[in-house]
Design a binder for this molecule. Structure first.
Ligand SMILES: Cc1cc2nc3c(=O)[nH]c(=O)nc-3n(C[C@H](O)[C@H](O)[C@H](O)COP(=O)(O)O)c2cc1C
Length: 413
């Protein structure tokens, strides 16, 4: 019965390990000595970067970034919709040569997303806007500097001279100041102007009120105690250029007080003509939340509109941008580019938005979590996670190009 002896052996029989076999399994990992790199390498999702950011940043600063308005329902609903949609793959498609680029404002962009304008970026981490602009340039995506930025237009242009730099404008009571900023953006080679229209007054960010957030952060007993828990953040704040708004004179106070003092709540659609008189490049209008407004703004000849509720930071219980998107694309998609933001935490969210008709997706918090987790390297890590996820999701859906994505790939609940 020698021929059937092997039948009596079982894969579960025990044996003494042999060195030749053990050797195969041994992997000596090179030790990462840089603590930032070590920290970032552990983040495999944007949510992981958020967890690291929370640990490394004073609570008021983290909450300013992470939080939204009032009960934060707008943001929660936006995220819930991304979580609950269903992705439907097309199989047996050739995805061996994947092209995730998109055409935006008449030029090719390497990836289907861009970094949204965010104010006070140097408060989150001292490297701030120039770090974000450099990563955008390296990744081949656009970056929008905010009117409430903590670095100047000229600093961003110098940090990313070959980047697609855009400038986000809020319209102030003092129109002359806005005109001056547009001129500086033009002189610095900025490509496009984004006018944000969903801030007639400041949203009520309750976390900021509860935390007593002031800009720049005030040294109170509470913040001094926090210094012991976040010494790096405080050291960076106190040993780099003072944290100020680069584009405006601020007399301090809370964010809401400052916005209400400076911004012009009387602005109407007629003011787009005034804007056109001072900006001859591409014009994008951000903060569209109804089909009717999309049509009104498209009528004025805007080059793109952003369906957005400002990351849930303004009106609470606002329309969920992703839900609104197909109707807006249907109505004005042949006249203007339709972009989208709010609640994007994964590359697969970006892909889903493109499947439903978005031309470009803006991400805000996703890169800020990276910045707080590890400065410029953290923003790089965020970009890498998003681009890997975009590529993988496109392949899994059977879409070799962004144009191959369509409503057949995503079912909204
Ligand atoms: C901390 C923070 C600051 C922001 N500041 C601005 C701003 O100054 N101007 C603006 O138009 N939008 C601002 N936004 C909104 C973003 O441009 C974008 O609409 C929003 O972040 C998208 O949602 P997401 O963060 O979920 O990606 C800010 C968002 C955050 C999180």
């Amino acid at each position: 019965m020698a021929g059937t002896a092997f039948l009596e052996e079982s894969v579960a029989d025990r044996q003494v390990p042999r060195w030749s076999e053990l050797k195969e399994l041994l992997r000596v990992q090179p030790m990462e000595l840089n603590p930032t790199e070590r920290r970032l390498a552990k983040a495999v999702t944007i949510a992981d970067l958020r967890t690291i950011a929370k640990r490394r940043t004073p609570r008021a600063v983290f909450d300013y970034t992470d939080g939204a308005a009032e009960q934060e329902i707008s943001l929660r609903r936006a995220r819930d919709l991304y979580d609950s949609l269903e992705m439907r793959p097309s199989v047996l498609r050739d995805v061996s040569a994947l092209d995730p680029s998109v055409e935006v404002l008449g030029r090719r962009s390497a990836w289907p997303f861009a970094f949204a304008p965010t104010g006070f970026t140097r408060m989150m981490q001292h490297e701030g806007e120039p770090a974000v602009a450099r990563v955008a340039e390296q990744t081949g995506i656009p970056y929008a500097l905010s009117t409430l930025g903590t670095s100047t237009i000229e600093e961003v242009a110098a940090a990313a001279p070959d980047g697609r730099n855009w400038f986000q404008l809020y319209v102030w009571r003092d129109r002359g100041a806005a005109e001056d900023l547009m001129q500086r953006a033009k002189d610095s080679g900025f490509e496009a102007l984004i006018l944000t229209v969903d801030v007639p007054v400041a949203g009520a960010r309750h976390r900021d009120t509860r935390n007593g957030l002031a800009i720049p952060p005030a040294l109170t007993l509470r913040t001094i105690a926090d210094g012991a828990r976040h010494p790096h953040w405080w050291l960076n704040l106190l040993t780099t250029r003072p944290l100020t708004f680069a584009s405006l004179q601020s007399s301090g106070g809370t964010v809401a007080e400052m916005i209400d003092r400076l911004f012009d709540p009387s602005m109407t659609i007629a003011d787009l003509d005034w804007l056109r008189g001072h900006w001859d490049g591409p014009l994008v209008v951000k903060g569209i939340q109804t089909v009717e407004d999309a049509a009104r703004v498209a009528e004025t000849g805007a080059d793109a509109i952003v369906v957005s509720n400002h990351g849930g930071r303004q009106l609470d219980r606002a329309p969920v941008p992703l839900r609104l998107l197909p109707d807006v694309v249907d109505k004005v998609g042949d006249r203007t580019e339709v972009w989208l933001d709010t609640g994007v935490m994964r590359g697969s969210d970006i892909v889903a938005a493109h499947a439903l008709g978005a031309r470009l997706v803006l991400v805000g918090r996703a890169y800020l979590y990276g910045l707080m987790a590890g400065g410029e390297r953290g923003v790089q890590r965020a970009a890498q996670l998003l681009t890997d996820e975009v590529r993988r999701t496109m392949a899994l859906l059977g879409a070799a190009t962004v144009a191959d994505l369509g409503p057949q790939h995503v079912k909204l609940p």
